[in-house]
Write a protein that binds this ligand. Structure first.
Ligand code: MCN
Length: 793
């Protein structure tokens, strides 16, 4: 399909303008409606009985006492929904399917797995009834460590009987001459690097409301990132007519990738509502959230880096072992975490020789799924820490290693060793900017030991972010058959106002604002005259949801194409009505002018009115239909954003505590639709990256019990503890996407934790080469690093 050359390039009316988000007034006034705000007449509530064992056979579930409770309306177990899983199709290449069941049947595989759903007039009563259910468990050996789980041979330790060694996905890749690269190396860095298990912590937890009606229609409100695919999955898995099913994602208070999965609760509630013919609701509490929504990022990596003594990278080997928990989270599965990271491990560097292995391993823990920077946070950390160590050993500044190995700007489009085609970039320019705004070179020359006894550390990191996955990139990463197109309808009504029915759905990103900006720019109307509908399958247009930094590129692309169609038709009609040549007309802020004679003009409202209602004035030919609407779809080519982070901090060598002084980020996401929103994304991502770098680790004991399932123990950064974050940009439009746009949503979580690692290594550099090889880097790890020096003495 031919690429639209949008009006937006070079124009400044709406694109590149930091408009305030139209979403915010409702949120700030407390008027936005979340799933928990949905109240329907006769609505009942659901509470779940969840497994208290990590691995056990269920011998018996006794419901007698629970059913005798006067408030008990219904209890559902696997007996009613036997064999039901959240899987639609398995499209993940060489992966053995491990579907998530709606209910545990004969066996539980993690603490938090659903055993029964209780329906009662209120959540309080439902919780009381849950306590009356008696489950007889026969405990089985627990796999709580992925590397041990891989070695298990015992039958009763297998988490799924048909998956030997508990490895349900593995992959190998080899490019170039890796053996030769390592033979010729002056320096080989070899490390085990690890990332802790963490969880997205959206302010709004998950929630579902389901309401079946007597005309056999079903409406499901879910705090999801993907209303359309969820509709298709519910229809398929419950065998319900899709045309009678409406999924609404109302205001969603953050998802961060976690809500881009299908969860059993999203199927159980609609099934029960249909069964009992009443509307029902479930709102997840925080403990449930930390126990049973998906976790993320736990990975061990064995990395080897071959370098020449002048800082040239010769080759890299990496083996990633992902701790995937007990099931595969659909639609992505644990493959997402373990596979993508290795595919993008070359980052901004011209690696020629690469070898990697990836394995997704089952354990008796909550399943892992996507969370901002999906799969990429770990291997990027491994690469950056290996490079940091190499730089220190070679006594070359890391920035100079970057400069030496960067892909050069005249080498784009560049095909990486792992077969990704980078569209555009100027990595040197971006790093120049970061070093300049942080005064990096000067800081690095200053003594680390400060007067207050603390050690100053300065760390940098560089990343490349694949954004807006089209079907092609998905396929390259082994997610075979994934379709990642989207669609949008742009419609000008008879008054000249515009409605966009978007397949995209913002859950905090501000897409209603940015999609309106793109429409206003392409169509030539006022921003205020565009309304964007999203998050409701009854009023939108089929789209795959908002994840993988795709709304700007894919959502924007669909809107640009559809808005351009409407503009072309409007121009044709205007040419007829104004007796001018269409090529001589321009539409600007809702007015159509004849070039060179601005007095000859009509409003788009006048023209739209003529189009719909005045058959004598509009062109009467078949090729100009009397409506101003177009639906277009877009499945974009590969596009890669990039950026760099710098952390400046002071470390107390007595306590190991890190005090952040400055964080600066420079990112390049091509044409920016709304720079303020982009910076909001950068700051949000960096905040989460700080949590991942310094604080967050979900800890399990050997029996598979999660020890910190509350915000008292699982610490995440908050507004009070976050530093000011400095943002800057370079702008290198993509030559491939509509409007030159690239995504930006996940960027920070690929990189800021690496800059923290680098800053710790820098702060401790007077003690020797001490590079943290695991995150989070808490005080204990810092003190342990210092102690390794004492023990060497
Ligand atoms: N944008 C822009 N110009 C660009 C790129 C993006 O103005 N060149 C704008 C977009 O129009 C959009 C926002 O920045 O308003 C993010 O765009 P994009 O990078 O396309 O990312 P998505 O909208 O597809 O959002 C997904 C991404 C991901 S993968 C996670 S995870 C994440 C994130 O966005 N989850 C979030 N940011 C989040 N922000 C909030 N508040 N809540 C989440 O759950």
């Amino acid at each position: 399909m031919s690429k639209v050359v949008p009006r937006m390039i070079g124009a400044t009316k709406h694109i590149g303008v930091s408009r305030k988000r139209t979403e915010d007034p409702l949120i700030l006034m407390g008027k936005a409606k979340y799933v928990d705000d949905i109240k329907l007449p006769g609505m009942l509530e659901v509470a779940f009985l969840r497994s208290s064992h990590a691995h056990a056979d269920i011998k018996h579930v006794n419901l007698e006492k629970a059913k005798a409770h006067p408030g008990c309306i219904k209890i559902v177990t696997s007996a009613e929904m036997y064999g039901g899983t959240t899987t639609y199709h398995d499209n993940q290449g060489n992966m053995q399917p491990v579907s998530t069941p709606f209910f545990a049947g004969e066996k539980v595989r993690f603490v938090g797995e659903i055993i029964a759903a209780v329906v009662a007039p209120s959540r309080y009563v439902a919780e009381d009834i849950v306590d009356l259910i008696d489950v007889e468990y026969e405990p089985l050996p627990v796999n709580f460590d992925a590397e041990e789980a891989m070695r298990t041979k015992a039958w009763d330790e297998l988490i799924h009987e048909d998956i030997l060694g508990n490895v349900y996905f593995s992959d190998e890749f080899d490019k170039g001459d890796v053996k030769k690269a390592f033979r010729e190396a002056d320096l080989i860095v070899k490390e085990r690097v690890s990332c802790a298990r963490t969880s997205a912590a959206p302010m709004e937890t998950r929630g579902v409301v389901a309401s079946w009606e007597w005309d056999d229609t079903l409406t499901v409100w879910s705090s999801t990132q993907m209303p359309y695919p969820l509709r298709s999955h519910i229809a398929h898995c419950l065998n319900f007519p899709e045309q009678n099913l409406r999924v609404i994602a109302p205001q969603v208070g953050g998802g961060f990738g976690q809500k881009a999965h299908y969860f059993p609760e999203e199927f159980i509630l609609p099934w029960i509502s249909k069964d009992i013919r009443r509307p029902i609701k479930w709102t997840e509490d925080r403990r449930e959230h930390l126990l049973s929504a998906c976790h993320s990022k736990q990975m061990a990596m064995y990395i080897e880096l071959a370098m020449k003594k002048d800082g040239t990278i010769l080759g890299l080997k990496n083996k990633s072992i992902g701790d995937s928990g007990a099931y595969s989270m659909y639609p992505w599965s644990g493959i997402l975490e373990t596979s993508i990271g290795n595919t993008v491990i070359p980052g901004a560097f011209n690696f020629k020789n690469i070898q990697y292995e990836s394995a997704a391993v089952l354990t008796n823990k909550t399943a892992t799924g996507g969370y901002r920077g999906v799969g990429m946070s770990g291997p990027t950390f491994a690469r950056e820490m290996a490079l940091t160590k190499a730089a220190m050993l070679l006594k070359i500044d890391l920035a100079d290693i970057y400069y030496r190995n960067f892909i050069k700007k005249d080498e784009f489009p560049f095909v990486t060793a792992t077969n990704q085609t980078y569209d555009s970039g100027d990595y040197h320019k971006l790093l120049d900017k970061l070093l300049e705004i942080t005064d990096y070179r000067k800081l690095k020359q200053q003594p680390r030991l400060l007067k207050n006894g603390k050690l100053r550390g300065v760390g940098i990191s560089f990343f490349v972010e694949p954004t807006a996955w089209g079907s092609k990139v998905a396929e390259e990463c082994g997610i075979r058959g994934a379709t990642t197109h989207d669609s949008a309808t742009v419609e000008m009504d008879p008054s000249g106002k515009v409605t966009v029915r978007s397949g995209q759905f913002g859950h905090g990103q501000g897409t209603k604002t940015t999609m309106a900006q793109v429409t206003a720019e392409t169509l030539g109307v006022r921003f205020e005259d565009v309304r964007v509908l999203e998050g409701d399958t009854a009023s939108g247009s089929y789209g795959m949801g908002t994840w993988s930094s795709r709304s700007a590129v894919i959502g924007g692309g669909t809107v640009i194409r559809a808005a351009n169609d409407v503009r072309m038709r409007l121009l044709k009609i205007a040419a007829h009505v104004m007796e001018a040549n269409a090529a001589d007309l321009i539409i600007d802020e809702g007015v159509v002018y004849a070039k060179g004679s601005p007095d000859r003009h009509m409003t788009v409202g006048e023209l739209a009115h003529i189009t719909y209602f005045d058959r004598f004035r509009r062109p009467n030919t078949d090729d100009v239909e009397p409506v101003l609407s177009s639906t277009r779809h877009y499945d974009p080519p590969e596009t890669y954003s990039y950026g760099a982070h710098c952390v400046i901090m002071e470390l107390d060598p007595q306590t190991g505590i890190i005090d952040i002084k400055r964080i600066a980020a420079v990112e390049d996401c091509g044409t920016m639709i709304n720079p303020q929103i982009v910076e909001g994304q950068m700051r949000g991502g960096i905040s989460q990256g700080i949590g991942m770098a310094l604080l967050e680790s979900l800890e399990y004991d050997k029996t598979g019990q999660l020890l910190n399932a509350s915000f008292m123990d699982f610490l995440v950064p908050n507004a009070l503890t976050l530093p000011d974050i400095e943002c800057a940009h370079t702008t290198t439009p993509s030559p491939l996407t509509e409007g030159g746009i690239k995504g930006c949503g996940e960027a920070a979580m690929l990189s800021v934790h690496c800059a923290f690692g680098g800053s710790v290594a820098d702060a401790l550099s007077d003690y020797g080469v001490l590079v943290p090889m695991s995150i989070p880097i808490g005080p204990q790890q810092v003190l342990d690093l210092i102690r390794t020096v004492d023990s060497r003495r």
